[in-house]
Design a protein around this ligand. Structure first.
Ligand code: GDP
Ligand code: MG
Length: 396
């Protein structure tokens, strides 16, 4: 409702004859979604050389224990003295799960096979690690299958006892509309400081994130995108909304490429992109990057203009295979063909298909894919691609 009213207000304000209403509305929706995801409160920042106690809460199966391992790994790699406490005495095997994760990422852990009181374990573990000078002390708590009084009582008792510096609410992105009531219920029991949305590597786009922020008033800090310890991404509202709306995420893509150190070899291509030019050779470079970057599904959702019928959700594996075959085809092209200096006609198609062991039909697909990407890049080129990537999308 808030979004709708705000968008209406903006559209009225800017209503001038001849203006591009479609563009104004799109931009307004984008900005309003970003605003909804920015609660105007900075997330908790741990302080060096002091114990920071961080308590994780969420329903059973939401991904707490997995996310704790990722979170611990994130801080450990940045040089923080990190450890974990297992105060989940409800789920059988909870301590073993945490222990295994902790061992794999090599951080110390605390827990008990016999003690049934989560408050007692949480207290003992936190105190012990405080005395040993740990900086990031993460406390895992138990969940329940559904929101119920017993869970909330237990959460309150643990929180009252250990006084966490931050309480992180872990929300499964696949629950859909239930996000709102779940987040509100948790917020009613303990002061939620931050939110982490998990399982965004699946089919869910994470619209529930908006409800979670609205219900808790707490900022999202990370997104969980897989079961591995490094599948944790810092939350960035512009990128998130771009992907939520299916607009691709050039900013995110460029960051990934930068991180992988690939940008150095692609300076010319990036310069052309910034001008809105996109040759078949550029497409070849992009596809090579995609293959180096993996995991495919995440990267592919960031590429603007990639035809969804060839590379959509649920076809990541086929998509990866297709990209490889596209690269074979492009390797059979001449420089003039790659640089789009000649028209790729019927006879060239036949020659390239024969040379690369593919078929003319596949080559047609490649050309369709190139046209689609070229079109989007051409539109984006009118603005400053590297700095203001998300905003461009709105101007498409
Ligand atoms: P907890 O009950 O809240 O501690 O949840 P767990 O950490 O045990 O996770 C429940 C299940 O979800 C496990 O099978 C995890 O591997 C899986 N899981 C957690 N986070 C993610 C994620 O980001 N992506 C995917 N695909 N699976 C996840
Ligand atoms: Mg757990």
């Amino acid at each position: 409702m808030k979004l709708r009213n705000n968008v209406k207000g903006i559209v009225k304000l800017q209503e001038t004859p001849g203006s591009n209403m479609h563009r104004i509305i799109e931009r307004a929706v984008f900005n309003e979604l970003v605003n909804l995801l920015s609660p105007g409160k900075d997330p908790f920042k741990p302080l060096k050389n002091k114990p920071n106690v961080i308590m994780f809460v969420g329903l059973q199966g939401s991904g707490k224990t997995t996310t704790i391992a990722k979170y611990a790994n994130y801080y450990k790699r940045k040089g923080w003295k990190t450890c974990m406490v297992c105060a989940d005495t409800f789920r059988a095997g909870a301590f073993d799960q945490l222990k295994q994760n902790a061992t794999r990422i090599k951080v110390p852990f605390y827990g008990s096979y016999t003690e049934a009181d989560p408050v007692k374990i949480a207290n003992e573990g936190v105190n012990e690690f405080k005395n040993e000078g740990y900086e990031i002390i993460i406390v895992d708590t138990s969940g329940r299958h559904k929101q119920e009084e017993g869970l909330f009582e237990e959460m309150k008792d643990v929180a009252d006892s250990i006084h966490p510096d931050d309480i992180i609410f872990v929300l499964d992105s696949t629950i859909g509309q239930a996000a709102q009531s779940q987040a509100a219920a948790f917020k009613g029991a303990v002061p939620i400081g931050s939110v982490i949305i998990t399982k965004l590597d699946g089919h869910a786009k994470g619209g529930g994130a908006i409800s979670a922020v609205a219900a808790t008033g707490a900022p999202i800090i990370f997104l969980g995108e897989g079961e591995h310890f490094d599948s944790l991404e810092l939350f960035e509202p512009h990128s998130f909304v771009s992907r939520l709306l299916g607009l691709g995420d050039v900013k995110g893509l460029i960051n990934e490429i930068k991180d992988a150190g690939i940008l150095e070899n692609n300076k010319e291509s990036v310069q052309r992109l910034a001008k809105g030019l996109f040759t078949i050779r550029d497409m070849r470079d992009q596809f090579e990057n995609v293959i180096k970057l993996g995991p495919m599904d995440r990267i592919m959702s960031m590429i603007p203009g990639l035809p969804q019928n060839m590379f959509g959700k649920g076809q990541e594996k086929e998509g990866g295979e297709r990209i490889k075959r596209f690269i074979y085809m492009m390797d059979s092209m001449t420089d003039a063909e790659l640089d789009c200096k000649v028209q790729i006609d019927e006879s060239r198609i036949k020659r390239i298909a024969r040379g690369s062991g593919t078929s003319p039909a596949e080559l047609q697909q490649l050309l369709v894919c190139h046209k689609s990407m070229e079109k989007v890049v051409g539109k984006m080129g009118k603005s400053n691609l590297l700095n203001d990537a998300c905003i461009f999308y709105i101007n498409l």
